[in-house]
Design a protein around this ligand. Structure first.
Ligand code: SF4
Length: 459
């Protein structure tokens, strides 16, 4: 068992027993569950919308090489610069070098899971650059020294009282401020930072190849401020965020907001196609887009798991997952949690160390049911399990156990041997590791064969 797997089991055991944690997360998810059905009413046929979105993403991913080149061509025409980063280290090197060349001391950052993936804040801090999270949820998490808990709502596991306490400890405010007052405190701190920062970093929800632009969706306006106040704007985005045309946003914007938060459309949707032009008064003087691979082409080259690249990071599968709702986002020990995280993390960060996430599922299929772009998530989890076995990441005990199971299952005589009680004793004694986090295996007193015979004889 890998170290990550042991940590995962230890963390999940603690979280699953933490009823206060469960109360908070279920309270926040229940708000989401109230809003989403209302948002879905805007679509005459929500299944058709999801199907169309899946088809568009299929096209984008199947032609990703051409789409990326088309994006680069169109984006550079407007004066933007494209940087291709194979992995996290390359992306960090590029960002740090851009910052150093511009003598950057303060950098403002909008919410971006890719920057979490490459651990950008740690790298900037090591280089003496202050990086400020400007999304309120991310700002709360940064103050608390914690990674985001959820891909859409980073501080989902905190109550308003937790946040008031945190602000009081870190910023010296009164310990009983209301959410409105807390927001004003954060606003006051952050507004000053936009004007000080030399560089702004954002992610992108979509890369749009036909216009050479990126689209950012947010509710607070902080991403818009982060990309327009500082003189330099850096976008870092995973290559899979591609959509072929600006017209596709008519479908993806409402889809993302409805499945993400239940809104009909998110408050701020911004398309950026380059730095400030000669006839414009506002905007950054220069703009870079870093196209990050970091394991995505591993997924791309596998025709079965490729589908996971359609993900638009709406977070719906996390909110629907019985595992996520019990163990929460941090237990996964990975940037991307929940069902989609369990599907992609073994490919992004290594099957050997993360294959256990593919088993963090009841395979109920609820994730597939709610996915905005109809990714067959639970089947991909099974696919990961299969791959991990094929790649040899199985213990000898597990291999032996399944071998014995197979031999017994294929021989009727062996299946009929011994009573249910005897089988319980033998099997539960042998599979002690299996039983550690599960209830005992309980054999039926009679085998299927015996029950069938009884039924036949009664007739
Ligand atoms: S896998 Fe589907 S439901 Fe989950 S975050 Fe991605 S798009 Fe949303």
């Amino acid at each position: 068992m890998s170290e990550n797997s042991q940590i995962f089991i230890a963390k999940t055991a603690i979280k699953a027993a933490d009823l206060e944690h469960r109360r908070k997360i279920n309270f926040n998810i229940s708000k989401y569950n109230e809003k989403v059905p209302e948002g879905k009413q805007q679509f005459a046929d929500v299944h058709l919308v999801r199907e169309r979105a899946k088809n568009i993403k299929w096209k984008a991913i199947e032609t990703l090489d051409q789409q990326l080149e088309e994006f680069e061509l169109n984006f550079t025409k407007k004066g933007g610069k494209v940087i291709w980063a194979e992995d996290a280290a390359q992306a960090i090197e590029e960002i740090v070098s851009i910052c150093k060349e511009r003598n950057c001391r303060t950098l403002v950052k909008s919410k971006s899971m890719v920057t979490e993936e490459i651990h950008l804040n740690d790298a900037l801090e090591k280089n003496g650059i202050e990086s400020i999270e400007t999304d309120l949820g991310e700002y709360i998490q940064q103050l608390d020294g914690e990674a985001p808990y959820h891909i859409v709502t980073p501080a989902m596991h905190k109550s308003k009282e937790d946040v008031a306490r945190l602000f009081s400890q870190k910023l010296g405010t009164a310990p009983n401020l209301t959410p409105q007052e807390l927001t004003l405190v954060a606003r006051d701190v952050l507004r000053k930072k936009y004007t000080q920062a030399e560089v702004g970093v954002t992610g992108a929800n979509f890369i749009i190849s036909d216009i050479g632009g990126i689209a950012v969706t947010e509710n607070e306006g902080n991403a818009r401020l982060s990309c327009s106040f500082p003189k330099t704007h850096i976008v870092i985005v995973g290559i899979e965020k591609m959509i072929p045309s600006i017209t596709d946003l008519g479908l993806f914007w409402p889809l993302l907001s409805t499945f993400g938060t239940g809104q009909k459309v998110t408050v701020y949707n911004t398309i950026v196609t380059g730095p400030k032009q000669a006839n414009e008064v506002d905007g950054p003087e220069e703009m870079f887009v870093i196209l990050l691979d970091n394991g995505r082409t591993n997924i791309l080259q596998n025709p079965k798991t490729r589908e996971s690249l359609y993900c638009i990071r709406c977070g719906a599968c996390l909110n629907a997952c019985p595992i996520y709702k019990n163990v929460g986002g941090h237990a996964y020990g990975a940037t991307y949690s929940g069902p989609i995280g369990s599907v992609i993390t073994p490919h992004l960060s290594g099957m050997e160390n993360y294959k256990h996430l593919s088993y963090a599922s009841s395979l109920c299929g609820n994730c597939t049911e709610v996915c905005a772009v109809k990714i067959n998530l639970h089947e991909l989890l099974l696919e990961n399990r299969k791959e991990s076995v094929e790649e040899g990441y199985t213990t000898l005990t597990e291999k032996m156990a399944w071998k014995m199971w197979k031999i017994a299952s294929l021989k009727r005589g062996m299946m009929n041997m011994g009573s249910g009680n005897l089988k319980n004793k033998v099997v539960n004694g042998l599979f002690k590791g299996w039983k550690k986090h599960r209830s005992d295996l309980d054999f039926s007193p009679k085998t299927f064969n015996e029950m069938w015979k009884d039924m036949y004889n009664k007739k």
